[in-house]
Ligand binder design. Structure first.
Ligand code: HEC
Ligand code: HEC
Length: 289
């Protein structure tokens, strides 16, 4: 294993030989040596500054006392604090002022919409436009009121829920309770079609008018315009909770209706209720006015 000089390259061999092949004693390339020392140095500095070596139950913590867990905990706490501060604005602010404040809407619309989807969409639809039996919340026609405080009250206590603060409203069953004859009800259906601007039988409408005046206007208004904040809808618009066909309207007058809107006062926090009232208000046509 003698070290000798290779004739072709002029470089020394290491003295190792395998099957007649001799290994040149080529030095490690400079950049690799540098990389080695630099990375070693980096590792040592890293070990000193940051958590690195495990003990049995603990680990070296490093001079900087850095902890990724502490960083996460701190940023979660920071996000919560920001959210609590934003929620405090909802909890403590004047609802009318909040309703008019577009920066509040920008901050809260997303979490309010999640609350809405979780709790309300099943009845009022993902788009708030309702479905048969459940009113559209985006139109300008309200059973009770589009006033944001009034919406919050509706949410808190519900409609026809039996809660002692409930909103109570009932469309009486004029046929089933024998308050009106079938013929009167048929005339009323034509009258309702007429005031909602649709094709109808003119003679029956004329016959229905005084019956409406006597039996219906006390709740729905002289011209059926509704909107008195007593739960009776307008019969003049194209929004129908229970359907707009002759047979739907007949059924409503014959058998009555008593929709139930659950109350949320014991299921959602007051802040959530206020947030949802704002959400409904923001999405209503004309801002709910
Ligand atoms: C189980 C079905 C159901 C759920 C869930 C529900 N509602 Fe209702 N809601 C109703 C019904 C039915 C009415 C109408 C009651 C009536 O016809 O008198 C109503 C009425 C309302 C009204 C009154 C509308 C007006 O014109 O005055 C508002 C506002 C409202 N709901 C908002 C909500 C919000 C917000 C949620 C979610 C927290 C929600 N509702 C969840 C069934 C529901
Ligand atoms: C005591 C008050 C009251 C009286 C009187 C009354 N209504 Fe109603 N009416 C209501 C209420 C409240 C509703 C909504 C019921 C609900 O949403 O569950 C309603 C709903 C209706 C609807 C359904 C509207 C829709 O959007 O689907 C029609 C149609 C209607 N009433 C017609 C009449 C007619 C016709 C008379 C007279 C025979 C009459 N009402 C008398 C309170 C009344």
């Amino acid at each position: 294993m003698a070290v000798e000089r290779d004739e072709v390259s002029g470089q020394n061999t290491t003295g190792h030989e395998w099957d007649g092949l001799k290994e040149l004693d080529t030095p490690i390339p400079r950049p690799a040596v540098w990389a080695y020392w630099l990375t070693s140095l980096f590792a040592i500095v890293f070990w000193i500054l940051f958590p690195a070596w495990p003990y049995v139950t603990d680990f070296t913590r490093g001079l900087l006392d850095y902890s990724s867990r502490a960083t996460v905990i701190a940023s979660v706490a920071e996000a919560n604090a920001a959210r609590n501060a934003a929620d405090r604005a909802i909890a403590e602010g004047d609802l009318y002022a909040l309703a008019a404040d577009s920066s509040i809407r920008a901050v809260h619309e997303d979490d309010a919409s999640i609350l809405y989807l979780d709790n309300c969409a099943v009845c009022h639809g993902r788009d708030l436009k309702g479905q048969i039996g459940f009113p559209n919340l985006t139109d300008a026609h309200w059973l009770w009121s589009g006033d944001v405080e009034e919406i919050a009250t509706t949410l808190r206590y519900g409609i026809n829920t039996g809660h002692e603060e409930e909103r109570f409203a009932e469309m009486p069953a004029f046929g089933a309770q024998q308050m009106l004859e079938r013929g009167d009800i048929k005339n009323l259906v034509e009258y309702v079609l007429a005031i909602s601007g649709r094709e109808h039988d003119a003679d029956m409408r004329v016959a229905g008018a005084p019956v409406f005046e006597e039996n219906c206007s006390s709740c729905h208004g002289e011209g059926g315009e509704g909107g008195y904040g007593i739960g009776a809808p307008s019969l003049r618009d194209d929004q129908w909770i229970y359907g707009s066909d002759r047979s739907d309207i007949f059924e409503t007058i014959w058998a009555g209706r008593k929709g139930v809107m659950p109350y949320w006062g014991d299921r959602l926090s007051e802040t959530e209720i206020r947030k949802l009232a704002l959400y409904v208000h923001w999405n209503a046509d004309g801002g709910g006015e």
